[in-house]
Every structure is written in C-alpha cells, then in structure tokens.
Design a protein around this ligand. Structure first.
Ligand SMILES: Nc1nc2c(c(=O)[nH]1)N[C@H]1C(S)=C(S)[C@@H](COP(=O)(O)OP(=O)(O)OC[C@H]3O[C@@H](n4cnc5c(=O)[nH]c(N)nc54)[C@H](O)[C@@H]3O)O[C@H]1N2
Ligand SMILES: Nc1nc2c(c(=O)[nH]1)N[C@H]1C(S)=C(S)[C@@H](COP(=O)(O)OP(=O)(O)OC[C@H]3O[C@@H](n4cnc5c(=O)[nH]c(N)nc54)[C@H](O)[C@@H]3O)O[C@H]1N2
Ligand code: SF4
Ligand SMILES: [Mo]
Length: 747
C-alpha cells in the first residue's frame, strides 16, 4: 500500500493547494492525540456532545462522546467534519486594515484597537451614541452573549444592539412570551419518544437537526403517528402518516381550520381550558368561519387531509408539536406560532409526560443567546429594557446609574434601514454575516458601503467582513471556554480544546480590551469565563430565564442542567408547566385569536411562482465554515433550484439547466434540480452562499410587526431559462443527501 504523504508541503506538492481541503495534522490517524476534550459541536442547536482530538495545539480529529445523554455519540455529516475548520489556510491570523485600492493588510493589535476606539469616539461625539451600532450572533457562548449585551449598553452606550437570532427564533419567542410568558421548548426531547402523535410544521429535521430524528424514530417504533406540514416532501415526510403540502404562507389557515374541527367535535380539554387558560372564546370566534372548503382553497391542502390531521390530533392522549423556521420566517410568523399553540392549549396537552410543544431552536446557542440581553429590547434573564424595575435591577448588577442605561434600539434589518437614512454611521459586528443572511442583500451591501467606519470580528474573511475598515481575528468555538444552552433548554459546557493560534485572540479578550479603551475597564474585569457566568447568574436571578442555581460544576457533574434553575439546590426543569403556573401576569396560558392573513408578496401574472428558501444537510448558515470543508462541499457544492417536473415542463426546463430567477428585488441564476418532492407552484433555493449565488438577492425585506423577522419563506418570482447548462456536475453523494434516512447516521 502506498504510504500517505506526511507533511503539508508534500500534499500540496502532489495535489496542489485546494482551499476546500485543509491539510490537517493527524488527519490520517498517524499520530496519537495529546488529549481528548469533551465539548459540543459548534453548529446547530442540538449541541451534540463530541470529543475533540488535540495534537500540538491543533484539532486533529474527533471521537464520539457516547455518554452524553442527548446524542449518545451520534453525529451528523457536519458534526463529523466540523474539526476541519480549525487550521484552515483561510483562517484570519492577524488583525487587518482595509487599504483603499489594495485590499487588506495585516496590522498590529495596537493599531487595530486604537483606530477602532478613536473612530467610535469620533462618530459618537459627532452624531450621538446611537449612531454607532452593534450586531452580534448566537453561535457565541452564553458568557459572550451576556458580555455583548453589557458591552453595547455600558461601554458603547448605544441603544442599537441586535443579533442574528432576529432572523431565526424571534417569531417563536414572541409567540411563546404571549402565550406562556416564557420562551423555551416545554419539554426535553426525551418526552418525544412516547408521544402518540407528533406534528412537525416547517422543520426539515433530518437535514437541519439530524440527530433529533432518532427521537422521532423511537416514537415511531413505539407506534406514534407522524404528521408533517411542509411544501416539500422532506426526508422525514417520506415515512410520515400524513404529509400536508401547505402552500408557503398558509399555516395559520391550516391550524385555524384544525382548531375549528376540534371545537366542532368537542375534542377539547375543558378542565384545562377553564382552569389554566384565558382567551379561549375570542380565539374560537376568530376561526368560526374556517370551513374545510375555504381551508383547502387557502392552504392548497386537500380537505380530507386537513380533517384527518385534526382527527389524529384531536383524539390523541399524548402529543408533541414541533415547529421551526418554515412557519416562523414569515411576516405573520408570530401568528403562525400562536395558531400552533392554540391547538396545544385546546387539547391541554402540555406540561405532562409525553405532552409537549416547542420551537426547534436553530443556532448552537440560539436558546441561551436569546436570554441574556443580546436583543435590542432585552436585558439579562429575558428582562425588558423598557421596564423600570428590570432596568434598575440590571443597572445595579452592572454598577451603573439606571439613567445611563440606553433604551430600546433598532432590530437587525431596521439598523440597515437606519444606515440608509443616515441615522447610523458606524458599526461593530461579531459572529454575523448579514450580507449573506439578511434579505434583499443588494440593499444591505449599499448600507455597508455607506458606513463611515465598520469593524468586524470574525474568524474568516466573510462576505460582510470584506466591507470592513478593520477586521479583528477572533476565536473559533474550540478556542474559548463557556456554556451554551441547547434547543431543549439544557445548559452545557464548552471546553477550550486549544489556545487561539498565532496572532488571533479570544473574542472575549477583544471585547474586554475595547471596553477598557473606551474607559469602562472596571466593569469588565473578568479573569475567567466562569467569572462572567457567575455574574450572568446573578443578572438572570428572578427573571423568567433564571440561571441563578446553575454552576459550572453542576453543569459538568450532570452533563447539563435545564433552566429555569433558581437556586443551587434546585435540580433544573426538563419539563415546564407541570405546576400549571404559567409566567404570564395572570398565571394562565393565553389563547390568542389569529386571523389568517396572506403573505406580503403574492404571486401575479408577472411573478407567478412562489419562491421559498432554507437549508441543506451538509451546509451551515452563511457557509463561512462549511463551504471550506472539502467533503461537505463535495456533497453539495452550489445552490440548486428545486423545481417540480410539471412546473419545469411548462418552461421547458430540464435537469441541470441554468435558470434565471427574478424577483422585484433582484435576479440570480441557479441550476435546476427536478424533484417530485416539492409543490408544483413553488421553487426552493438553499441560502448558504454569497455573491452571485446568494438566494437573498431575491428575498423580501418585509418584517413581522411583532418579532421583526424577515419573510424568508415566501416571495413571488419569475423563472427565465437562460439556455445554458450548469457547469458543475453534482457528485453521487450530493444526490444521496436527498435520500431519506441515509443523510443521518441515526439508523
Ligand atoms: N444543515 C443545516 N442545519 C442547520 C442549519 C443549517 O444552516 N444547515 N441552520 C440551523 C439554524 S440557525 C436553523 S434556524 C435551523 C432551521 O431549521 P429548519 O427550519 O428545519 O430549516 P429551513 O430549511 O430553513 O426550513 C424548514 C422547512 O420549511 C419549509 N417551508 C418553507 N415555507 C414554508 C411554509 O410556509 N410553511 C411550512 N409549514 N413550511 C415551509 C421548507 O420547505 C423547509 O423544508 O437549522 C439549524 N440546523
Ligand atoms: N434566505 C434565507 N436567509 C436566511 C435564512 C433562510 O432560511 N433563508 N435563515 C436565517 C437564519 S435562521 C439565520 S440563524 C441566519 C444566520 O445568519 P448569520 O448569522 O449571518 O450566519 P453565520 O454563518 O452564523 O454567520 C456568522 C459569522 O460569524 C462567524 N463566526 C462563527 N462563529 C464565530 C465565533 O465563535 N466567533 C466569531 N468572532 N465569529 C464567528 C462566521 O465565520 C460567520 O462569518 O441566516 C438567516 N438568513
Ligand atoms: S446535529 Fe447539529 S450539533 Fe449535532 S453534529 Fe449535526 S450540526 Fe452538530
Ligand atoms: Mo437560524
């Protein structure tokens, strides 16, 4: 057998440099690791346990962590490959400064820091504090999320802080707060296994939360019925009892019609409704005219199927309702969420064994990151920045005068609009790539170009970072200790596996130094991540997201603790609401009347096809990491336009033809992928790419009025065949990723 080349130089000599195939130390198992570090995957909200193999301060591979209770060693394709982001040749190794006409050149940390601070001061002195804004992200730990909330209000003294969860979980958060007064999935995933009926709406679980599939399969083995609501026959739907191919934007009509059927057949829990809820009468009044004909017409789902779904749901004794961005990425996202919650409350199936409801949080720390004051209207503990009591408490923890605490600021997309108006002149961003991930990204690009000063903290030169004046080389997930909160509400420990390489710095260290140079160092004098967590515990105390009783030791000893956990002797709360004490002002769960409203942009003669966007299993978010990992690139190298053969036939489109997709905001070309697994009136494009391949050149910037989430999941488009064939051929593995089950290593 030929010997494997051992050095990087030899690999490059033989195969040439290939950016997507980072040379790795110990790649081929030739070296024994120096240590194995138990931590969690850096990607989705499942936060699977994993052990990273470390050799010479580099991540050289991984071992499964069999004991971690959620995934018991199972990982998805991204989790298996995730270690390859470390040591990638594209990794930013120095702070960079933009030199007009020349691109970027490395500068010293001293220069990067002092330039940044003098620009922040100049902009704030000239235009006011709020003219300098901050955008952040929740791939970051709880400690960093908390510190960023404090950094923006105490060091930058700006109201304008928001985060990428604004594109993700806020519709669910808005609905959950209205209904329950608290924003968390009601039960741990363990309760899924014995639910009689599972309804999954707008969540492509096998591709986006692959390791959760195992729980649904276990429920299926136990006899559970599965209902899937999605315009596409997603892998999970292929084995479902019922697949409801809803027309994008039709969900609240479907759930409203189901509620009416529950009422008509008296499939209701009267005792629960009477004693533990409010608003039932107004809610059923809102759907009294939702007959099956209307529902079929509005949702595109045959009325027999709607009836069958309502019957399965209505007659069940135990159930779990799960949703994700498919129903939430809408200008009526909060309404869609509330219409799901109404079904759960009407049947009283919450806060009991095997009876649960929840959104499946997307990003690694999407749950924790939305609790600690990272949002424009929020303070730690999920407190309200406009509430005088809440402000007073947090000002006390931070050691500032309540009067000096800024008020409510603008949300992410509103910040972009404010840059266009000239109200925001400078920005700092960390862990957010808005040029790929915000809708209508030509508008976003123009905004970034208008900024007088923009500083970006990232680990790779993202599409957005290219517009920065200063880029600071921050740390990867495996380079800083902390905690994250998984999608089921379990706080888990992230362990530092290696120290930041070369001239890179820990994100936390960068923020602390900026705070010190802005004259507030005394408020940010932490020695360890645990110091930050201990302050966070106090700041969250008494809030709805109460972490006070959680300590690092307790998290490690128990492999995670579920919040709320108000005191050190409290075991944590895997299942909420068993005591029926909801966190709303009247202590009851609230029904909310929902009246169906169509999407912001409807199809018409000029733009006759519905466009929806989302994800594929092998790519992650804006792709800065997964587009650099060779095997993931092989699986899905470029965005494809999923289209039904019948719609394709109308336009004479064949598989792999290059199709121009045009909307009122922009146009872009994608190779067609003919699939029978999508509605005939809808096309789907994954959004993980930037530039000319970005789906967000097409999407619409209309926001939900409550959550301010953009309508990523519906707009109207035109399809124009270009007469050209696609250039890149998909490999066999890419097609395989679309087969049921195979894309997950669960079974
Ligand atoms: N592989 C991978 N996994 C990920 C991520 C990733 O980028 N890649 N990102 C993580 C993050 S941050 C998130 S938020 C989650 C997202 O997880 P999901 O929400 O599961 O992912 P999406 O692909 O955005 O959308 C889910 C489904 O919504 C459907 N859909 C579109 N319009 C509608 C509609 O109007 N109604 C209904 N009912 N369904 C509709 C789409 O067909 C799609 O199958 O995934 C997380 N996991
Ligand atoms: N059309 C369309 N658009 C969408 C969606 C959709 O379904 N359709 N989904 C939306 C959703 S749900 C989401 S969550 C957003 C996500 O959108 P983004 O938040 O913009 O996506 P990310 O790829 O997470 O961008 C994070 C950036 O932070 C960097 N980064 C990652 N980890 C770290 C870290 O630890 N430290 C530092 N300093 N930097 C780090 C990455 O390199 C990357 O540049 O996209 C949204 N956009
Ligand atoms: S399911 Fe999510 S957390 Fe688990 S390995 Fe895959 S990407 Fe990582
Ligand atoms: Mo997300």
């Amino acid at each position: 057998m030929a010997k494997l080349p051992v050095t990087v130089d030899k690999i490059i000599e033989k195969f040439g440099p290939h950016k997507a195939y980072p040379p790795q130390v110990g790649f081929h198992g030739a070296h024994e690791p120096d240590k194995l570090v138990k931590t969690h995957c850096c990607y989705c909200g499942m936060q699977c346990g994993i052990q990273l193999k470390v050799k010479d301060n580099k991540i050289a591979g991984f071992e499964p962590w069999m004991e971690f209770p959620f995934n018991e060693g199972r990982l998805c394709p991204k989790g298996i490959q995730r270690y390859m982001q470390n040591n990638h040749p594209d990794r930013l190794m120095d702070p960079l400064q933009r030199v007009e006409g020349k691109g970027f050149e490395p500068v010293s940390w001293e220069h990067a820091m002092s330039t940044t601070v003098s620009e922040i001061k100049r902009i704030q002195n000239t235009y006011g504090n709020d003219a300098f804004a901050m955008l952040s992200g929740v791939s970051l730990t709880n400690e960093k999320s908390y510190m960023i909330g404090k950094f923006a209000r105490v060091a930058l003294k700006t109201a304008n802080l928001d985060y990428n969860g604004r594109l993700c979980m806020v519709s669910a958060g808005g609905g959950n707060k209205k209904a329950f007064g608290l924003d968390r999935t009601s039960n741990s995933w363990a309760d899924l296994k014995h639910a009689e009926v599972i309804l999954v709406a707008g969540a492509n679980i096998s591709e986006t939360f692959p390791t959760l599939t195992h729980y649904i399969w276990q429920a299926r083995d136990n006899g559970a019925k599965l209902i899937v609501v999605d315009p596409r026959v997603i892998p999970l739907a292929r084995t479902a009892d019922l697949h409801l191919a809803v027309r994008p934007g039709g969900d609240s009509a479907l759930f409203g019609a189901m509620l009416k059927i529950l009422v008509d057949n008296d499939w209701l829990d009267h005792d629960f409704i009477k004693n533990h809820t409010s608003g039932f009468q107004e809610t059923i009044e809102a759907v009294k005219d939702y007959d099956l004909e209307w529902a079929e017409e509005t949702t595109g789902i045959p009325k027999e199927q709607i009836m069958e779904a309502a019957t399965l749901w209505g007659k069940a004794k135990t159930s779990f309702l799960l949703h994700a961005r498919g129903i939430e990425h809408h200008s009526k996202g909060v309404d869609n969420v509330l219409s799901c919650i109404n079904l759960v409350l009407a049947t009283g199936r919450i806060g009991k064994p095997y009876c649960g409801y929840g959104t499946i949080t997307g990003q690694g720390n999407g749950q924790g990151g939305r609790e600690h004051g990272h949002k424009c209207d929020q303070l730690p503990g999920n407190r309200d920045i406009t509430n005088p009591e809440h402000r007073k408490y947090i000002a006390g923890v931070w050691g500032i005068d309540e009067k000096d605490m800024p008020g409510k600021g603008l949300t992410a997309y509103e910040q972009i609009e404010a840059i266009h108006r000239g109200d925001i002149k400078g920005m700092i961003s960390i862990c957010f790539n808005p040029l790929v991930s915000l809708p209508n990204n030509n508008f976003v690009r123009e905004a970034l170009e208008k900024l007088e000063f923009y500083i970006c903290i990232d680990t790779f030169l993202s599409e957005t970072a290219r517009h920065a004046d200063i880029i600071m080389a921050g740390s990867l997930h495996e380079e800083e200790e902390g905690t994250v909160t998984t999608a089921e509400g379990r706080v888990v420990k992230i362990n530092e596996a290696i120290t930041p390489p070369g001239n890179t710095r820990r994100d936390g260290q960068i923020l602390m130094e900026l705070a010190a140079r802005l004259g507030t160092g005394d408020k940010f004098s932490y020695n360890t991540s645990e110091d930050i967590f201990n302050e966070l515990r106090v700041a969250s105390k008494g809030g709805t997201a109460d972490y006070y009783g959680i300590t690092y030791k307790k998290v490690v000893d128990n492999m995670g603790v579920f919040w709320p956990c108000p005191s050190e002797d409290h075991p944590g709360t895997p299942r909420l609401w068993e005591d029926r004490k909801f966190k709303t002002p009247d202590g009851k769960a609230h029904f909310n009347p929902v009246t169906y409203k169509p999407a912001a942009e409807r199809t018409d003669k000029e733009f006759p096809v519905v466009l929806t966007t989302g994800r594929v299993v092998s790519q992650y978010l804006s792709g800065t990491s997964t587009r650099r990992i060779g095997k993931l690139v092989d699986q899905y190298p470029e965005p494809l336009l999923e289209i039904h053969p019948k719609l394709a036939y109308q336009y004479d489109i064949k598989d792999r033809d290059l199709i121009k997709v045009k909307t009122r905001r922009g146009e872009a070309s994608f190779p067609a992928q003919l699939v029978e697994t999508i509605r005939e009136d809808t096309v789907f494009i994954p959004y993980h790419w930037g530039g000319k391949q970005s789906a967000n050149q097409l999407t619409i910037g209309t926001l939900d009025p409550v959550s301010k989430i953009p309508e990523f999941k519906v707009c109207a488009c035109q399809l124009i065949p270009t007469g050209e064939k696609a250039t890149v051929e998909l490999t066999e593995t890419a097609y395989q990723s679309y087969l049921p089950a195979e894309n997950s290593n669960d079974k």
